[in-house]
Design a protein around this ligand. Structure first.
Ligand SMILES: O=C1O[C@H](COP(=O)(O)O)[C@@H](O)[C@H](O)[C@H]1O
Length: 254
């Protein structure tokens, strides 16, 4: 499916635009089934997302949301490096999503990443289906960040996990970005989603975006190409400033 690259004048405008797209994704999902399944990244994403959603929360059906993490660091859930802690602080503590519908790393398994990944895969199966029924889960929406090295989820350049083609959740103990031990959705899961949105702001991502969107270098984020779903890039002006690729300017309606 083709990608759409939006350029917004500021990070605040990215947050507003993202809010509108998340609402659309939610409404599309609820017109087809009774739940909205979303995977959140860590890093800068929860703050941008919260800014948009909390500024205008009307229309969100929080009781229907099922929230997973695109990746998680193998640390206790209240640790400063935990993606769940970040999402909880920025957004989840401020909206009435039932806690039973927020799927976290099993904190008893932080020292056992292989078991933590297997456990998280089992949690996915409780919502989507078992692995014997569906090859890969189909998320309604996956919200991704991209690191300056082109990583997304916890899929890092040249890492063997990029080749994973069977498992839904992988683990690594050698992340080049601390902390080293993490679990992550695999590329096939991301590429089976109904909608995937990269949210990338700031001039420090500018050169990597040129590598991915203009030069099509095979960095991890460039390997996100949903098979049947839609792919959006939400950029602010500093992030987009080096790009030659066709940009869609400040969409009025998403
Ligand atoms: O380590 C991580 O980094 C990426 C990118 O973070 P950002 O701060 O550059 O947006 C993030 O998407 C991922 O979830 C996180 O674990």
């Amino acid at each position: 499916m083709p990608r759409t690259v939006y350029e917004f004048p500021s990070a605040d405008a990215v947050a507003t635009g993202l809010r509108d797209l998340v609402l659309r994704a939610q409404d599309e999902a609820l017109s087809k089934h009774d739940r909205f399944t979303v995977a959140l990244s860590g890093g800068s994403l929860p703050n941008t997302l919260a800014k948009g959603l909390l500024a205008k929360p009307e229309g969100f059906r929080w009781d229907r949301w099922h929230v997973f993490y695109a990746d998680e660091r193998c640390v206790p859930l209240d640790h400063p490096e935990s993606n769940h802690r970040l999402a909880q602080t920025e957004l989840l503590s401020k909206v009435p999503i039932p806690s039973s519908q927020v799927y976290t790393l099993n904190p008893a398994l932080v020292e056992k990443p292989a078991e933590a990944a297997e456990d998280y895969q089992k949690q996915l199966m409780t919502v989507f289906a078992t692995k014997s029924t569906v090859r890969f889960p189909v998320f309604d929406l996956i919200l991704l960040g991209m690191g300056p090295d082109g990583h997304t989820c916890s899929l890092f350049p040249n890492h063997a996990l990029l080749e994973e083609s069977e498992q839904w959740v992988g683990y690594l103990t050698d992340s080049p970005k601390p902390p080293p031990t993490r679990i992550t959705l695999t590329l096939p899961v991301v590429n089976h989603a109904h909608m995937v949105v990269f949210v990338t702001t700031g001039a420090n991502k500018k050169d990597t975006l040129v590598q991915i969107l203009d030069r099509k270098e095979p960095l991890p984020a460039a390997q996100v190409n949903p098979i049947h779903g839609q792919l959006y890039w939400f950029l602010d002006e500093p992030a987009a400033s080096g790009l030659q690729t066709t940009l869609v300017d400040k969409p009025a309606v998403l």
